[in-house]
Design a protein around this ligand. Sequence first.
Ligand code: 5GP
Length: 203
Amino acid sequence: MSDNGVLIILSGPSGSGKDTVLNRLVEADENVKVSVSMTTREKRDGEIDGIHYYFVSREYFEKKISENRMLEYAEYAKNYYGTPAEPVDEMLSRGKSVILKIEVQGAEKIRNRYDNVISIFLMPPSMRVLEERLRGRGSEDEETVQHRLFIAREEIRRAYEYDYVVFNDTVENAVNCIEAIITAERHKIDRNKNIISEVINNV
Ligand code: 5GP
């Protein structure tokens, strides 16, 4: 019901469970959409182009940057990741809540660009659980796992920059928390001024 959709950043280290949580959020609420990012990293088993990411070459990604078509982008673990601008603006103007699943550098850029953005940090219950999840994927070699754990520690130190922290102890708890945050944000007065004045004018 709010005037415009809510723009939400969801960050959390690789392996914190963002994808599982996001899938559940999207299934539960047709007004919640997740932006599909573009990346230059290799596709993992089971990932589908256009659904999990747009998998592109470095040349293609750099062309999109130079054309100013990315809302933000960052280099992470030696690959580019970024948010194509157009679909996000379009979904927001249709009143959808749009979630950007991005890392901390991208989050900072989005906060500087949009006023009303809310940011949520998805926290693994412990570093041990995070390590188990990263190894459980079985898709990355030891060097990549160690590199991602190193980055994870750096990212968790930056959780203080976020508006909310959600612990992913169980998927259900994490989903319930994020749904509660989105509902509360949608009901903020600042996001509903047009609707309120319409009601007043129709009295
Ligand atoms: P993964 O390779 O595990 O899918 O993602 C690595 C990291 O890149 C994750 O922290 C993920 O949130 C982040 N990421 C995914 N898409 C984007 C994006 O569009 N922009 C930015 N800045 N980070 C992204």
